[in-house]
Each structure stands twice: as structure tokens, then as C-alpha cells.
Design a protein around this ligand. Structure first.
Ligand code: FAD
Length: 388
């Protein structure tokens, strides 16, 4: 376990069980993820086998109830897990986070038959899941989505396309928001679509800046038949289900930034203690010491804020949604800045793949964009403040 990560959590009171959860995730990340992360990134390799190894550890349904194999843990526990996994690889951690978001939506909003049929295979990680909200014409304005689902006998027939779907083509189940009614949020429903559904196909893997170990593709529905038994909750409930998933998902993505940025700071501390210039180690220059001091201060502030937001969600505090948005905005901005500063402290070597810093910068950049851009987080926060 990394000493810097251990020390970093000491200001927030974690109980014994939370410490054990954190240590389990840190040990798995150090053993199975960290040694491979750079190669997965370089080769754009999706490590389905290592992802599936997290199932028996209880990471396939972290906050899913235990009657279907979930771990029934809280949101702060989940944040500790994603932070630990992201210290080894933010892209790996983010994929596990999206799978958990999809599984928890089925757990919370599925009926008993759906939960028993779908969740044991998701919590064990035999099946992997993706979350499908964004479309080519609607991202931030998600309620404007156009994918349509029309009831036909015992099925719904879906037509449309989803854009930027993480894990598309690799996942076994797709939690899809589609329109069954009128324009606006009340006309949206949520369906669970299996990979082999007739009429379902996937676009090419996007060439992107980071998150190379997981695919990002379009998910395309052409008269795609989905059994009506796969509709979650009733018609019209879909937008609320999608937003409920994102509330917790945003904390997880923030945790992925935090873990990645802590890794960047740890690397910068080690590098500046070795590298020499002008006859001394570069960590003896006060200008660089002040930068390290600021990085540490900002990361600790981000960590405490994130843990506090996760505790709010665990306690079902009425302002938990605002806190999730604030944490996502604050922690992902700080995380990216810290990683970018760490790259600068490595000089030219920071720009080389082998040092692992440029990957962290690339991976953390997208956290400011997805699961609601940081501008949209400000919209949510401002609405809560102003009372609209
Ligand atoms: C690598 C990657 C993986 C992703 N994975 C998934 C996934 O698995 N599932 C999924 O459903 N989606 C996924 N997304 C999509 C992601 O959630 C969207 O890209 C994001 O929500 C932004 O939508 P957009 O790209 O359409 O941008 P737009 O909504 O077009 O926004 C463009 C710009 O306008 C700003 N803007 C928009 N509206 C406002 C406003 N009201 N006030 C101020 N500024 C505003 C935005 O902040 C942004 O800066 C992924 C994206 C990427 C890049």
C-alpha cells in the first residue's frame, strides 16, 4: 500500500470496516491493475478478465442489495474503492464505476423478477453493463433525447442511436433511456437491452484522448426488439432513474479523479526527490516546494469535500444532489490541475508515456466533461441555491 494514500485519508474518520474495504481495493489495484495500466493504455486493450476478477471481491454490485449478490455497502465505501482503483488506473476504475451505476439502477428501480433475473450475473461480473443516455444530438440537454421505443405486443421496438457509450460492444447489458411518450423528461423510459437483442449494433471505437483501455462507441437501435419485461419501473419514469444513477455516479467519477491525482502527486514527490538541476535536487527549489505544497493542500480539500458529499448521500440528506454536483465539479477540476502540475514537475520526461504522468492527465481530462459537464454541475448548484 502506498504510504501517501494511507496518510491522506487520516483526516477523515474512517471506521475499521471502511479501512478494511480501502485496503482490499488498494491491494487488488497494486497487484492486478497498476503493473498493467500503461500497457492497456498503449495497446487500447480492454482487460475483461481482470475486470471480472473484481466480481468475487464484491465490486460488481458495491451498493446493490445482498439478496442478489450485492455488497450492500454505502456511497462513502464506494468512493474509497474507486479512489483506490484509480490510483492504479483511473480508466479501469471508471469502467467499474459505470458498471456499478447501471447495476444499482436495476437494483433500485427493477421489480423482483428483474432483480433476480439480472443482478446475480452483474454483481458477480459474469455480465458487464453500460449506461446509455447521451445521443448524437443531446448530451447536456439529456431530456431532449430522440431514441424512440414503441410497444408492440410483448415487446418494445427501439429506433435511434446513443453516442459516446463506455464499454459499448464489450458489455453484455445496456441500460438505455428511450422515449415512449411526449417530448421532455416525462416521456422517457428505461430499458435493459441485452447485447444479443435483434437490431442492436455498435459503431466504431472512437479515437480519443484518454480512457484508452475501454471502448467508446455508438449504440445503434434499428427496429431493436426488447421484451416489455425489460422496462424498468413504469413508462415515463426513465429520466428520474437516469438522474438518480448519475447522482452517485458523479461521486464515483470524482473519486476516480482523486485517486489518479494522488498517484500523480506521489510520482511528482518521488521524481523531484531524485532529479538534479543546478547542482541540487529539484525539490530543494522553493518554487517547486510551494507547488507541491499547493497540490497536497488542494487534494486534501478535495478529498474531505468528496467524503462529506458521499456521507450526505448515505444519510439521504435533502441537499445530497447539490453536494454531489459540487463535489464532481470541484474534485475533477482539482484532480486535473494536480495531474497537469505533476507533469510540469517532471519536465520533458512527464511528456513520455513510460513515466505514467501524461496518461493520468489524458485520463482525468474527460472527468470534467462526462456524467454532466462541470458547467452543468454549476447549473445544478445554482438552481439549488436560487431555489428553482
Ligand atoms: C470518453 C467519454 C465517455 C462517455 N461515456 C458515456 C456513457 O457511458 N454513457 C453516456 O450516456 N454518455 C457518455 N458520455 C457522454 C458525456 O456524458 C457527454 O459528452 C456530456 O454529457 C456532454 O454532452 P455533449 O458532449 O453533447 O456536449 P454538449 O451538451 O453539446 O455541451 C457542449 C458545451 O456546452 C456547454 N453547455 C451545454 N449546456 C449548457 C448550459 N445550459 N449552460 C452552460 N454551458 C452549457 C457544456 O458544458 C459544454 O462545454 C461520454 C463522453 C466521453 C467523452
Amino acid at each position: 500500500m502506498d504510504a501517501a494514500v494511507d496518510a491522506s485519508t487520516s483526516q477523515f474518520e474512517l471506521n475499521e470496516e471502511q479501512r478494511a474495504i480501502q485496503e482490499m481495493a488498494q491491494a487488488f489495484a497494486a497487484d492486478r491493475v497498476a503493473p498493467n495500466a500503461l500497457e492497456w493504455d498503449r495497446a487500447k486493450h480492454f482487460p475483461a478478465d481482470v475486470i471480472r476478477e473484481t466480481g468475487p471481491l464484491g465490486l460488481g454490485g458495491i451498493y446493490v442489495k445482498d439478496d442478489v449478490g450485492g455488497s450492500a455497502l454505502g456511497r462513502l465505501d464506494a468512493v474509497l474503492i474507486f479512489e483506490a482503483l484509480a490510483h492504479a488506473d483511473p480508466a479501469f476504475s471508471s469502467f467499474i464505476s459505470i458498471h456499478n451505476m447501471a447495476a444499482s439502477m436495476i437494483d433500485r428501480f427493477g421489480n423482483d423478477e428483474q432483480r433476480q433475473r439480472l443482478l446475480p450475473k452483474l454483481t458477480s461480473m459474469e455480465w458487464l453493463a453500460s449506461y446509455c443516455l447521451t445521443e448524437p444530438g443531446s448530451g447536456s440537454d439529456a431530456a431532449a433525447l430522440k431514441t424512440r421505443a414503441v410497444k408492440s405486443g410483448d415487446d418494445y421496438v427501439l429506433n435511434g442511436a446513443k453516442q459516446f457509450i463506455s464499454g459499448a460492444g464489450d458489455s453484455d447489458l445496456y441500460v438505455v433511456m428511450a422515449r415512449t411518450g411526449a417530448d421532455g423528461p416525462k416521456g422517457i423510459s428505461t430499458f435493459v437491452v441485452p447485447k444479443d437483442a435483434p437490431g442492436l449494433s455498435f459503431g466504431a471505437n472512437e479515437h480519443k484522448m484518454g480512457w484508452h483501455m475501454q471502448s467508446t462507441r455508438q449504440v445503434i437501435f434499428e427496429d431493436c426488439k426488447v421484451p416489455a419485461a425489460n422496462l424498468l419501473s413504469g413508462e415515463g419514469a426513465g429520466f428520474g432513474i437516469a438522474m438518480a444513477g448519475l447522482d452517485g455516479g458523479r461521486l464515483n467519477i470524482a473519486a476516480c479523479s482523486l485517486g489518479g491525482a494522488q498517484s500523480a502527486l506521489d510520482k511528482a514527490l518521488a521524481y523531484t526527490a531524485e532529479r538534479k538541476a543546478f547542482g541540487s535536487k529539484i525539490n530543494q527549489f522553493q518554487a517547486l516546494q510551494f507547488r507541491l505544497a499547493d497540490m497536497e493542500t488542494e487534494l486534501q480539500a478535495a478529498r474531505i469535500f468528496l467524503y462529506a458529499a458521499a456521507s450526505k448521500l448515505d444519510r439521504k440528506a435533502p441537499d445530497a444532489g447539490k453536494w454531489s454536483a459540487m463535489a464532481k465539479r470541484f474534485v475533477t477540476d482539482i484532480g486535473f490541475n494536480v495531474a497537469n502540475e505533476a507533469l510540469q514537475l517532471h519536465g520533458g520526461y512527464g511528456y513520455l508515456h513510460d513515466y505514467g504522468i501524461e496518461k493520468l492527465v489524458r485520463d482525468l481530462r474527460v472527468h470534467q466533461i462526462l456524467e454532466g459537464t462541470n458547467e452543468i454541475m454549476r447549473v445544478i448548484i445554482a438552481r439549488a441555491l436560487i431555489g428553482r
